[in-house]
Design a protein around this ligand. Structure first.
Ligand code: ADP
Length: 448
């Protein structure tokens, strides 16, 4: 096991990793930008190193500064959290060259799954069903037209290097195709420095269902069930649950088993998530995330596993000590992402948090780096906390969530809490009847 690890992240996830490490008896090193000198992850770490000015590209994405911080402090491994450098194969390469362990999969696996076209190809070859679409990138409108005709409209144009819901454009018919392709290309170029796009059939009422996997890099891998992340705005998740209200145990075992076998074949190391759209009883692979996800706590709640500790254990060389049949699911869990944003327009609301009060009690977990008097900087993601409730059943979770949201206080900035309170009054949410377009339609109705 490692003696000391460096956490190359900030906010709630830096704290989450720090807690897991402390419980394993591992020393922690925090890194921070000058904007985060007063952040909670810095206060709680054993050591901290300032790695640059506020913009992420000069600090949390500053590879040279992070490697130096490892060398100065003697950290043997780096946990990248999510976002920032967590899916950067080059970063994983550089750490390897410096004899520092990257807590995550091999650079090869990150590279393959990070390119969305290559990922789809690999998934298909490993027996995972994919969304119908172009075989590779589409370079021009003529090719796009041909593919779209074959698979049928509507279609979605997506960036090969995409992420965070950006660079996606829908074309309902041929007349919309040309403009959709060129806007997707230019958005992709601007956001990711790579303008390549591909085409997929646009599914009209799917759910987003993803499978959590855990592998030891030595050929053993298990799945930890699914999460339903269908409640999204601008293709970004805001509410996640495990299990999905739409799946039964047989369906879970079937798709989970398939994915776990694929991960065994890849010799996948660490945690990862295979994302699917699910419509009319069929699964369609859309992408794989080769890192810890924001919504991992709902899986922890129903499996009793600490996914970050599992990551650290396999990174230190341990083999997975259990098999699929050892993974037991119990109860239900729901996570709400608390963002510092206007709950209707989602315009960020950074600034001073005058006071905070977190809900508590049985089956309640709050992952947050907030404290009274903390100033939310304007430079980073607006996620300021996650409220996770768990219970014996989905209906127990809904009751608990209602109670927790009424206790949750964040004074001084706007948050998404009122939106969740509203959602809990909706029949479709109570019944679990929602697809990936539900929330957008609901918000449009509210604003009309
Ligand atoms: P990103 O990496 O940017 O998150 P994904 O490929 O994971 O992109 O897609 C994000 C979301 O976009 C999905 O959860 C879904 O809501 C929507 N989406 C992606 N592909 C399709 C598709 N073929 N049809 C309908 N919606 C899609």
């Amino acid at each position: 096991m490692f003696d000391k690890i460096l956490i190359a992240n900030r906010g709630e996830i830096a704290l989450r990793v720090l807690r897991a490490a402390k419980e394993l008896g591992i020393q922690t090193v925090a890194v921070h930008s000058t904007a985060d000198a007063e952040a909670m992850h810095v206060k709680l770490a054993d050591e901290s190193v300032c790695i640059g000015p506020p913009p992420a590209k000069d600090s949390y994405l500053n590879v040279a500064a992070i490697v130096s911080a490892c060398e100065i402090t003697g950290a043997e491994a780096v946990h990248p959290g999510y976002g920032f450098l967590s899916e950067n194969a080059k970063f994983a390469d550089i750490l390897k060259a410096h004899n520092i362990k990257f807590i995550g999969p091999s650079p090869e696996n990150i590279r393959t799954m990070g390119d969305k076209i290559e990922a789809k190809r690999t998934a298909k070859a490993l027996g995972i069903p994919v969304v119908p679409g172009s075989e590779g990138g589409v370079a021009d409108v003529a090719t796009a037209r041909k593919v779209a005709k074959d698979i049928g409209y509507p279609v979605i144009i997506k960036a090969t290097a995409g992420g965070g819901g950006r660079g996606m454009k829908v074309a309902l018919n041929e007349s919309e195709l040309e403009i959709a392709v060129s806007t997707a290309q230019s958005e992709a170029k601007a956001a990711f420095g790579n303008g390549e796009v591909y085409i997929e059939k646009y599914l009209q009422k799917p759910r987003h269902i993803e499978i959590q996997v855990l592998g030891d890099g030595q050929g053993r891998a298990v799945h930890l069930g699914e999460r339903d992340c269908s409640l999204q705005r601008r293709h970004q998740k805001i509410w996640e649950e495990a299990h999905s209200p739409a799946l039964n145990a047989a369906q879970r075992d079937e798709i989970g088993g398939r994915v776990a076998r694929a991960m065994q074949e890849m010799k996948y190391e660490g945690v990862g998530t295979i994302e699917f759209l699910y419509e009319n009883g069929e699964f369609y692979f859309i992408e794989m995330n080769t890192r810890l996800q924001v919504e991992h706590p709902v899986t922890e709640a129903i499996t009793g596993l600490d996914l970050v500790q599992e990551q650290i254990r396999v990174a230190s060389g341990a083999a997975l000590p259990y098999e699929q049949s050892d993974i037991q699911f119990s109860g239900h869990a729901i996570e709400c992402r608390i963002n510092a944003e206007n709950p209707m327009t989602f315009v960020p609301s950074p600034g001073r948090v005058d006071s905070v009060h977190f809900p508590g009690g049985l089956g309640v977990r709050v992952d947050s780096a907030l404290y009274s008097g903390y100033r939310i900087p304007p430079y980073y993601d607006s996620l300021i906390g996650k409220l996770i409730v768990s219970g014996k059943s989905r209906s127990e979770c809904l009751m608990r969530l209602r109670r927790c949201l009424s206790e949750f206080v964040v004074d001084g900035v706007e948050t998404t809490i009122p939106l969740f309170q509203k959602l809990l009054g909706e029949r479709d949410i109570i019944d679990g009847h929602y697809d990936i377009h539900w929330l957008e339609k609901y918000l449009a109705k509210l604003q009309a």
